[in-house]
Design a protein around this ligand. Structure first.
Ligand code: FES
Ligand code: FES
Length: 126
């Protein structure tokens, strides 16, 4: 199967790979797995007092589409409010990366990672 140019670009030059310090109270973590293939994605968001995502990092153990999807969302969420980030849909990701049908679940993993990180933030705040 051929990957799109955008997938290859993110795969070869992934943006924002890495982790923030675990004990940083401004950091929320979303860790999700894809039952279909066993791939795992970790997304961390650094969130300001006013609920704006200031920075994002990811680590993904998975296919090229999963890596490209997570790289893309780290760029998209920066500067967004949590509400805006939560509104990012897997269909936005798969359209941007021109993912074929068998790779749609890779973009769903990325959407789930954003939601999981936001849930983590809310449970830390509560
Ligand atoms: Fe290997 Fe996605 S699990 S290609
Ligand atoms: Fe499973 Fe891409 S996340 S094949």
């Amino acid at each position: 199967m051929a990957y799109s140019d955008k997938v290859i670009d993110h795969y070869e030059n992934p943006r924002n790979v890495g982790s923030f310090a675990k004990d940083d109270p401004t950091v929320a973590t979303g860790l999700v797995g894809a039952p279909a293939c066993g791939d795992v994605m970790k997304l961390q968001l650094k969130i300001s007092d006013t609920g704006i995502i200031e920075d994002a990092k990811f680590k993904t153990y998975g296919c090229g589409s999963a890596i490209a999807s997570s790289s893309l969302i780290t760029e998209w969420v920066k500067g967004k409010s949590l509400e805006e980030a939560a509104a990012i849909k897997n269909t936005d990701i798969s359209a941007e990366l021109a993912l074929p049908p068998v790779k749609i679940h890779c973009s769903i993993l990325a959407e789930d990672a954003i939601k999981a990180a936001i849930d983590d933030y809310k449970s830390k705040k509560a």
